[in-house]
Design a protein around this ligand. Structure first.
Ligand SMILES: NC(=O)c1ccc[n+]([C@@H]2O[C@H](COP(=O)([O-])OP(=O)(O)OC[C@H]3O[C@@H](n4cnc5c(N)ncnc54)[C@H](OP(=O)(O)O)[C@@H]3O)[C@@H](O)[C@H]2O)c1
Length: 256
């Protein structure tokens, strides 16, 4: 394995943690970014065990100064950036007619602007390395629903943002793609189901059981399955894949 470095946001749990552990097989250094340092240390131990050198960076990516901090610490430790995986996201799951401006701003500040700022800050290093970027969207981008409209709206914006970065990436030698997972069982999916349950007049346990049937899928996805897709997207084999939106959803989206 040659020396190569990736930054993974949202690495403290869920899909981001699974992606970090998977990428430890392909990269020599991994910068692990989220707010919860204790959880990040757990990811770091798993990454170390899987063969890569971890760098824990506890940062709130909704804050403008964090992007420079993350890139600065990564370059100071590893000297290069080959891949950036923007996975962190925590858009409020609130009804369209109840959600206030502050709640919209907080969703945008992390998932859209956090990813945008970090990608821009890392861009010169990515250009030097001829690197890759992945932006995490979600299936709700293609079917926004009123009870959690911001999630779909911001995920659709992420797809467009990735496309704009990919456009610039053609001349700069950087590939950029977005990923749309369907329902993946994580802490965030559990909180979604807690919201979904009363809307459908069922208990949370019943919601966990019923949701996949209503979504038209056989089962929930696992974070490890999305991690495999993320690893492929930043691998040499995917080099000509850019400006694309990759869906991994167990068949949830029925349209072509
Ligand atoms: N699970 C699904 O079904 C599903 C479906 C479609 C799309 N997605 C997307 O996939 C991504 C990961 O989701 P997940 O299900 O793995 O969720 P999760 O388990 O809740 O993980 C979210 C991650 O984001 C980090 N984060 C939250 N706020 C942050 C902030 N202000 N600054 C830095 N990091 C922050 C969290 O770490 P800290 O709390 O430690 O900061 C955590 O590592 C999200 O963008 C989500 O929208 C998930």
């Amino acid at each position: 394995m040659t020396s190569s470095v990736a930054i993974i946001t949202g690495a403290s749990q869920g899909i981001g943690q699974a992606t970090a552990v998977r990428l430890a097989r392909d990269f020599s250094g991994l910068a692990l970014v989220a707010r919860n340092r204790t959880n990040l240390e757990q990811t770091a131990a798993l990454v170390h065990g899987a063969g890569a050198e971890p760098l824990v960076i506890d940062a709130d990516l909704s804050q403008a100064a964090s992007a420079q901090e993350v890139v600065g610490q990564t370059l100071a430790r590893f000297g290069r950036i080959d891949a950036l995986l923007n996975i962190a996201g925590a858009v409020p799951q609130i009804d369209l007619f109840e959600m206030n401006d502050a709640q919209w701003d907080s969703g945008l500040a992390l998932k859209l602007h956090g990813a945008r700022r970090l990608t821009i800050c890392a861009w010169p290093a990515l250009r030097q390395a001829k690197g890759s970027v992945v932006l995490m969207s979600g299936n709700s981008a293609v079917f926004p629903k009123a009870p959690y409209a911001a999630v779909g709206t911001i995920n659709a914006a992420i797809v467009a943002l990735a496309k704009a970065f990919a456009d610039r990436g053609i001349e700069d030698g950087i590939q950029v793609n977005s990923v749309l997972p369907g329902p993946v069982m994580t802490g965030r999916r559990q909180s979604y189901l807690q919201h979904w349950a009363p809307l459908h007049g069922v208990s949370v346990a019943e919601a966990v059981e019923r949701f996949p049937k209503e979504a038209g899928i056989a089962r929930y996805g696992s974070p490890d399955e999305i991690a495999e897709l993320m690893a492929f997207l930043v691998s040499p084999g995917a080099r000509w894949l850019t400006g694309s939106t990759l869906r991994m959803d167990g068949g949830e989206v029925k349209s072509i």
